[in-house]
Write a protein that binds this ligand. Structure first.
Ligand code: HEM
Length: 123
């Protein structure tokens, strides 16, 4: 059973809505989102993350991850902060620990497509 089928679409939407509210307000990563429309990013994030968590029926038609992130000064620490915020939201909404660690590991595997230069520096 996939994470998506375990939590369902409604819960995913609730999680990502809270998550995006936190990201936009966060003192460490909020500046990276300042120029963007929250509703637009949230809509794409629900489709992207839904697929990542196993929803074959959802269709994500946004940019590829590299194309979306490499133009921005996103560093390893920003990625780490995103994971901390996501874990906080998942714990707050009582998602079971086994699903949280699986979800965070899936996102961590995407880090090289979000943070530039990981192959040639040791940050
Ligand atoms: C595994 C981690 C991540 C995933 C799965 C992810 C996913 C996405 C997706 C699906 C989009 C929409 C792309 C589009 O506009 O078509 C996006 C855009 C964006 N993400 Fe992420 N993201 C991740 C990490 C991060 C991090 C760590 C930051 C900064 C702290 C970040 C900041 C942004 C920004 C600023 C945009 C807008 C880019 C643009 O339109 O120019 N993302 N992300």
């Amino acid at each position: 059973m996939s994470i998506y089928s375990e939590i369902g679409h409604e819960k995913l939407t609730e999680i990502l809505t809270l998550f995006y509210n936190r990201l936009f307000e966060d003192p460490f990563v909020g500046f990276l989102f300042a120029a963007f429309n929250k509703e637009d990013l949230l809509r794409k994030q629900i489709l992207f993350t839904g697929r990542l968590l196993g929803a074959a029926e959802l269709k994500y038609e946004g940019k590829g991850l590299r194309e979306a992130h490499f133009p921005h000064p996103i560093r390893s620490a920003h990625f780490g902060r995103r994971q901390v915020i996501l874990r906080g939201v998942l714990e707050e909404l009582s998602i079971p620990e086994n699903l949280i660690s699986e979800w965070l590991a899936l996102e961590l595997s995407l880090k090289p497509f979000v943070v530039k230069g990981l192959a040639d520096c040791s940050e």
